[in-house]
Ligand binder design. Structure first.
Ligand SMILES: [Zn+2]
Length: 155
């Protein structure tokens, strides 16, 4: 983030209007750049004092400390949101794993039922192949029976 861009975000930072990634980059820059930090301090003091006057609150005695606190809480917010995101991803992975385990278990049970004795999961190809070869065996038996009947009749 450049100094110009950072300084353009100062008001949004003070009004809590930055997105999480913007906030992250903003704080990262401000902590490393004295010029931008000073600029932030000036704006923070001005805007916060104006807001306090507007809302008829007591004026703060230490705007520097307030700014430091605001930065500290913003950093905490970023960390918490990241942990929350990681937790969500882990939960999602666990759900996917759980669902796929259930699905593969169910498929195993279904093909077990289809085959009767087989305990392994049978692929679709194997099922088709077995079906076809069974069909041919049946045809061959039918043909042999037919021939037998023919020969029996001739004898
Ligand atoms: Zn800067």
């Amino acid at each position: 983030m450049t100094c110009m861009y950072t300084q353009r975000l100062i008001t949004s930072f003070i009004n809590d209007e930055l997105s999480l990634s913007e906030l992250d980059k903003f704080i990262h820059h401000v902590k490393a750049c004295d010029e931008c930090y000073e600029e932030l301090e000036v704006y923070f003091t001005l805007l916060t004092a104006m807001k306090q006057l507007d809302e008829e609150q007591n004026l703060s005695n230490d705007y520097r400390l307030e700014l430091k606190n605001k930065i500290y809480y913003s950093e905490e917010k970023i960390v918490n949101k990241r942990i929350h995101k990681i937790r969500k991803i882990i939960m999602f992975c666990m759900i996917v794993l759980f669902t796929s385990t259930i699905i593969s278990f169910k498929n195993g049970v279904i093909s077990k039922e289809a085959k009767g004795v087989h305990s392994k999961t049978i692929s679709e190809y194997n099922l088709k192949y077995e079906y076809k070869s069974n069909k041919y065996i049946n045809r061959e038996l039918e043909y042999n029976n037919y021939l037998n009947v023919l020969f029996d009749n001739k004898n």
